[in-house]
Design a protein around this ligand. Structure first.
Ligand code: AMP
Ligand code: SF4
Length: 470
């Protein structure tokens, strides 16, 4: 549907001092949201200047490359791509110069009506260098700016054309805005810094800069920050039913971040507790799949009174297994990434807790490794319900045929991955752990009901609509 950028991290800082180093540090804190490229744009008093490159923040934005960048207001981006390193032309922030001045934009999310919008604007003569939805929105914004000469009106006109999902930080000359789609699919929050303000994907970055969390950007809201102030410019009038992405809490966000009022670690621990309540397996020890399964396993251990042990050593420098193109490479990469700790495992009845199963590759390989070092029994609990439907909103789960739960029953999956038992958390259990009303969450990848209209897919609350309108 769109180009290479998907789940990513965004930041913007306005302060009474040069913000380049604070932007770079906050991008390091949200590095887990994307490792393919990183970039920073700052307004230097007369124009926007950008440094971006492929690689981790430390390499892409090293000391030398940032040496000449100066400004008291700026934005940044880390990119996750589904297919490994991209051309640097795809890296963000995207910048466009116009008669009104310069614009830079960072985006997290995927615009679901991208194809229609792109077709429309290409037919109107817009020229685009990439197939990125961020480049398209930046150019649409510049068109609206040329018409209205008013940044807030231009932003409102732009977002009224774009369907979810997006969390944006936008620099228009020397003004900085943060915008969240009307469903609140992707996270975005505001913090107070010493003589400044920050808008960022995750609150952990505010803590790292010794700032104070102020609040989340509201779904649909356009917020402007300056060194001294937070100004809300409201948002679209047709506010949608909220749909916060459940996967942020289950897997994607840092455990120390607070998203829409719920701390990620606490949610994961509660998922573990509920898994223990729902499955009740009798084992000798509980071990996590590091790192994202850790809090889930702690919750399980506390609730079930079963000892918690580390059963795997994770190699932090190994490549990402999830995006490798073929099954053999993915399986081989799992053993480069994880190694069992024999003394914990040998002769024991184990329960392993992971955040999710997509293709089943990781668990199948890990269970066989545990058996090789003498595990007596290997039971599995999973912190999200079976993933059965694609995500169109920025998380890298794009096609139905990759999901093992689409082709097999839970008993079959248990046999395929070689486990003694397999239990997923229920949808209601997950909602209880997140602690928000079910109708304020996106659960589309586990219940196939989408908060936005997607051709060929069922809309959320379809049964209610059918009952009401026949
Ligand atoms: P799989 O091996 O295909 O079953 O993938 C499941 C593992 O990949 C889990 O342990 C997750 O931690 C991780 N994972 C789940 N969803 C994603 C995603 N969208 N992108 C990257 N990793 C993921
Ligand atoms: Fe999140 Fe799943 Fe919804 Fe995508 S479909 S936004 S991963 S809950």
């Amino acid at each position: 549907m769109t180009g290479p950028e998907h789940k990513c991290g965004v930041v913007g800082i306005a302060a009474a001092y040069d913000v380049v180093s604070a932007l770079q540090r906050s991008l390091m804190i949200i590095q887990h949201r994307g490792q393919e490229s990183a970039g920073i744009s700052v307004f230097d008093g007369s124009r926007i200047r950008t440094v971006k490159d492929n690689g981790l923040v430390q390499t892409a934005l090293d000391h030398d490359s940032l040496a000449d960048l100066r400004g008291c207001i700026g934005i940044g981006h880390v990119m996750y791509s589904t297919s490994g390193p991209q051309s640097v032309i795809d890296a963000q922030p995207f910048t466009v110069s116009s008669s009104f001045g310069s614009v830079a934009m960072s985006q997290n999310g995927d615009i679901v009506n991208y194809a229609d919008l792109r077709k429309h604007y290409l037919s109107e003569g817009m020229s685009l260098l990439t197939d990125s939805d961020t480049e398209l929105i930046t150019n649409i914004l510049v068109r609206h700016l040329a018409e209205s000469k008013d940044p807030v009106r231009a932003l409102k006109a732009t977002v009224s054309e774009t369907e979810a999902s997006y969390a944006l930080t936008v620099l228009i000359n020397g003004r900085l805005f943060g915008i969240r789609d009307p469903y609140g699919l992707r996270p975005l929050c505001i913090g107070k810094l010493q003589e400044g303000h920050i808008i960022v994907s995750e609150s952990a970055a505010i803590d790292a800069l010794d700032g104070t969390f102020v609040r989340d950007v509201k779904p649909g809201e356009i917020v402007e920050i300056t060194a001294d102030d937070i100004i809300s410019h409201g948002g679209p009038t047709d506010l949608k039913q909220k749909a916060h992405c459940m996967f942020e809490w289950v897997y994607f966000a840092r455990p120390d971040s607070v998203i829409d009022g719920r701390e990620v670690y606490d949610v994961r621990k509660r998922i573990g507790e509920i898994l223990a309540r729902e499955s009740g397996i009798d084992v000798d020890i509980v071990i996590p799949i590091p790192d994202s399964g850790r809090a889930h396993a702690i919750g399980y251990s506390i609730q079930s009174n079963t000892p918690y042990e580390e059963g795997f050593m994770k190699n932090r420098f190994a490549e990402r297994t999830f995006i490798l193109p073929n099954q053999e490479d993915r399986e081989a990469a799992v053993s480069t990434k994880m190694n069992p700790i024999r003394s914990t495992v040998e002769g024991k009845r184990l329960l392993i807790v992971d955040d999710s199963i997509v293709r089943g590759t990781t668990l199948k390989k890990l269970i066989s490794m545990l058996r090789e070092v003498g595990a007596k029994e290997v039971h599995v609990c999973v912190g999200s319900p079976p993933v059965i439907a694609p995500c169109y909103y920025g998380v890298d789960m794009k096609s139905r045929d990759q999901f093992i739960a689409n082709k097999h029953s839970i008993d079959e999956i248990c046999r395929i991955i070689g486990a003694d038992s397999l239990n997923y958390i229920s949808i209601d259990g997950l909602v209880e752990a997140i602690g928000k009303p079910k109708n304020e969450l996106c659960l589309a990848c586990v219940n196939a009901e989408y908060p936005t209209r997607i051709p060929g897919e069922k809309e959320r609350f379809q049964s209610i609509l059918n009952a009401r309108f026949g």
